[in-house]
Design a protein. Structure first.
Length: 115
């Protein structure tokens, strides 16, 4: 059991070395970072091959209800429970994308309520 956990940690660390910088840049701390619309429009650049996500144009995300719709689709695709544990790189990417999208959407909801 401990060996299995240790192997998962090693796999996670290897995936982080390979994909961490790219995901950090995608969800980074620039003025447009954490903007759920930007993350949804560029999600296909971050995901694994054959992910099934169709590129979303910014024109489709002008309405908050459309943002919510695409956010839910994206989180279903990246949800950690939906991925399983077959491919450690896929698990790593999905977890990081799910976290970034969730954080950005929560910020988006607060901004919508204030306006």
């Amino acid at each position: 059991m401990f060996a299995d956990q240790a192997q998962k940690k090693v796999n996670w660390d290897l995936a982080a070395q390979k994909h961490g910088a790219k995901i950090d840049h995608w969800a980074g701390r620039t003025p447009m970072s954490n903007h759920v619309r930007v993350l949804l429009c560029t999600l296909d650049n971050i995901l694994w091959q054959n992910h099934g996500w169709e590129r979303v144009g910014m024109d489709k995300l002008s309405d908050p209800q459309q943002v919510k719709k695409y956010y839910r689709k994206a989180t279903m695709l990246c949800h950690p429970d939906k991925i399983g544990e077959s491919d450690p790189e896929k698990v790593y990417i999905a977890n990081r994308c799910f976290a970034a999208l969730t954080e950005a959407y929560n910020i988006f909801k607060v901004r919508i309520v204030r306006s």
